[in-house]
Design a binder for this molecule. Structure first.
Ligand SMILES: Nc1nc2c(ncn2[C@@H]2O[C@H](COP(=O)(O)OP(=O)(O)OP(=O)(O)O)[C@@H](O)[C@H]2O)c(=O)[nH]1
Ligand SMILES: [Mg+2]
Length: 426
């Protein structure tokens, strides 16, 4: 499906890498919070820093992301929601596709691994049940972080009316033109001199001009196929969505992305890496127990909790692997066969942790290693003690191992030709 031209190309690759770097450097803490963190350390040591870090870890786990997906009946809303949740239409918990009756109810679909991330299927505006004025009231628009307006043909008056209202409320919205695969298919059949890039440009320009006519001065339109999110503008859409979110929500969005290519897996690693030093800071104190075989104590609950969370976010839990295999049309055993870490496929116990080579490794961390994580209190945290260092080492090692396996799984599912930082020509 889709030639090289529809895959993402060089010019935007640099943007994506730049974004990845920015996102890895961007802290989950605001500059005011960082200043407070440093001041707290200076006056109260690690114990005082712990309180601030604990608040941030709690904030991360209580951060909700509500994504509204709307558009006319049959535009592909349910299919998009399923694809974003890594599900196929016939998976358990998937939004129903090809409903006999168009969706008339507002329905929320939680992310299978991250229940704080929810996609809302909003019935299209202008249906009999929801005349435009009633719709806007009933849909409780304020609750959403952003809106995706999906259209399968040209945008209708109702779509643009909706966009106007979303804009009035000061919410971010993005236009998605779905079913590009079938547009290209029919155009390819029709014309002898078919040029995919040209066709994509034409479709995009047509959407933009229709939206401009409707009074939206510089609309952003993204062309996608729900059947293969690796094609066309999906990664551009992702970048736009990420850029429009505050840091903590951005983090939730990134780790909830479906594992489509190595670029997404790497993004997740960078995001999760930010949590390693925070969890290490919380380790020690009351919960500190020696890890069997390792002479140092750390809070094993924090280590195990962190590893389980990383595994979920990287799509390496059993149900995610099953869904991915189904999506890729491969037996799940083929995907499991490439997993190299014992952290996948069973319960995480102190024994499992201890069996890993890096578990018993010397607990020394170089300044360079720490600097890679851009720890905000770098330098001072060196004095945090052995429990910090042990937890840091264990979680870093686990994250690296899990990422490596997630990369292999994605390659086994989709092949390696899915360029990590793909984007199409604008
Ligand atoms: N070729 C192609 N077909 C798609 C795409 N997205 C959705 N479809 C098909 O379009 C039809 C309608 O998709 P749905 O996801 O049910 O659309 P919807 O917007 O949720 O429809 P309602 O719930 O009725 O409002 C289904 O047959 C899908 O398989 C796409 O990107 N490409
Ligand atoms: Mg639907």
């Amino acid at each position: 499906m889709g030639g090289a031209s529809s895959r993402h190309q060089q010019d935007a690759t640099s943007n994506c890498s730049e974004n990845a770097t920015n996102s890895s450097n961007s802290s989950l803490f605001s500059s005011e919070e960082l200043t407070k963190l440093k001041a707290d350390y200076d006056t109260g040591g690690v114990e005082k820093v712990k309180t601030v870090v604990q608040q941030k870890v709690s904030e991360l786990s209580y951060t909700y992301l509500n994504v509204a997906v709307t558009g006319q009946s049959g535009a592909g809303k349910s299919s998009f929601i399923n694809a974003m949740r890594g599900l196929q239409f016939d998976d358990e918990g998937a939004a129903e596709v090809d409903c006999k009756e168009p969706t008339l109810e507002l329905t929320g679909y939680k992310h299978p691994n991250l229940p704080n991330v929810c996609f809302w299927d909003l019935p299209g505006i202008g249906t009999v049940k929801f005349p435009a004025n009633k719709y806007l009231k009933e849909m409780n628009f304020k609750r959403y972080d952003f809106f995706i307006v999906i259209s399968a043909g040209r945008f209708t008056e109702n779509d643009t009316k909706l966009a106007g209202e979303i804009k009035r409320l000061g919410k971010n919205f993005y236009f998605v033109r779905s079913k590009i695969d079938s547009d290209l298919y029919s155009k390819r059949k029709r014309g002898r001199q078919f040029n995919e890039e040209e066709e994509l440009k034409k479709i995009r320009n047509d959407c933009v001009s229709k939206l401009q006519e409707a009074g939206i001065p510089s609309p952003k339109v993204f062309l996608i196929s729900n059947f293969d999110l690796n094609l066309y503008d999906f990664s551009l859409l992702n970048k736009a969505l990420e850029d429009g979110l505050p840091n903590i929500k951005k983090s939730a969005y990134i780790v909830a992305l479906p594992n489509l290519n190595s670029g997404i897996v790497e993004k997740k690693r960078k995001e999760l890496r930010k949590q390693v030093w925070m969890l290490a800071t919380l380790s020690g104190g009351i919960g500190a127990v020696p890890v069997p075989g390792v002479s140092l104590g750390c809070d094993i609950g924090i280590v195990i909790g962190g590893i389980v969370h990383f595994r979920q976010c990287l799509g390496l839990n059993d149900s995610s692997l099953q869904s991915l295999a189904k999506r890729a049309g491969k037996p799940v055993e083929d995907l499991k066969a490439v997993v190299t870490t014992p952290l996948v496929g069973g319960e995480i116990t102190p024994d499992v942790i201890n069996r890993l080579a890096w578990g018993a490794a010397a607990v020394t961390i170089s300044a360079i290693e720490l600097a890679l994580d851009t720890i905000p209190v770098i330098g001072s945290i060196f004095g945090a003690g052995s429990s910090f260092l042990m937890t840091y080492k264990l979680l870093s090692g686990a994250l690296d191992d899990l990422t490596e396996s997630a990369q292999k799984v994605v390659a086994a599912a989709f092949g390696t030709e899915n360029d990590p930082n793909q984007t199409s020509v604008r």
